[in-house]
Design a protein. Structure first.
Length: 235
């Protein structure tokens, strides 16, 4: 694929609930969808093992299998961890820093991810990059903000001299609305797939099963996912 296609997309698929929902969203809209994952020394690297079961499960839903293209993985090694230890890349207690940001914030992570994604999209002829950043239910990460994504879209398009579109379908959805979106896109089969095979827990715990999936049940990511599930189920 050499010419940029407006009907093809690259989805950042981490293995988490949000990125899995974004993959379903893209498959529902575009004729050709590829996926990209990153290994960056994350503490919850178990999420990477969830990516293929999610892809396989979605390929079996409706006509999505015919739309699902290749998967790509970029190994960033310990580069992000080397810049500064965070609770996402080191065995430290999750807490808030003096600046008000949680120490799960990996400085520049999403900027790095989207830059690599744009380079890959350029090579693959993919115009759209879909990612799960969200301002509604998030931990205060500045690189998840809508303004950041819009600025990156301009910078990447200028830097590559090619019009790229960064799509964030969850930007204004909370976790309850994200579960509802999965239900609308793929029914109970998709909800069950995401519940069973996606991973959100920052501690990488897949030994404990809850109504909303696997996780420690106490970290900020588990708390968001559980509360969103509860609001959706009772709403």
């Amino acid at each position: 694929m050499t010419n940029t296609s407006p009907d093809a997309a690259l989805v950042l698929l981490s293995g988490g609930q949000d990125s899995a929902t974004c993959l379903a969203w893209a498959l529902d809209r575009y004729a050709h969808v590829e996926t990209l994952g990153f290994a960056y020394g994350q503490r919850h690297a178990v999420e990477l093992t969830c990516r293929q079961p999610l892809r396989d499960g979605m390929a079996a839903l409706g006509d999505w299998g015919s739309k699902l293209g290749p998967d790509h993985m970029i190994d960033l090694g310990q580069s992000l961890a080397a810049i500064g230890a965070t609770a996402m890349t080191a065995e430290v207690e999750i807490r808030f820093n003096e600046d008000g940001l949680p120490n799960t914030f990996v400085p520049g992570r999403n900027i790095v991810f989207l830059t690599y994604a744009a380079a890959l999209a350029y090579r693959r002829g993919l115009r759209r990059i879909v990612a799960g950043m969200c301002e509604t239910d998030y931990s205060g990460y500045p690189d998840c903000r809508d303004d950041t994504i819009k600025a990156l879209q301009v910078a990447l398009s200028l830097g590559l001299d090619r019009r790229l579109v960064l799509e964030t379908p969850l930007m204004w959805r909370d976790k309850a609305a994200t579960w509802a979106l999965a239900q609308r896109l793929g029914g109970n089969a998709l909800v069950d797939l995401i519940m069973e095979h996606s991973h959100s827990c920052y501690l990488g715990d897949r030994t404990r099963r809850h109504a909303w999936g696997y996780g420690c049940g106490t970290c900020p990511a588990c708390d968001l996912r559980a509360k969103g599930w509860g609001r959706w189920k009772t709403g």
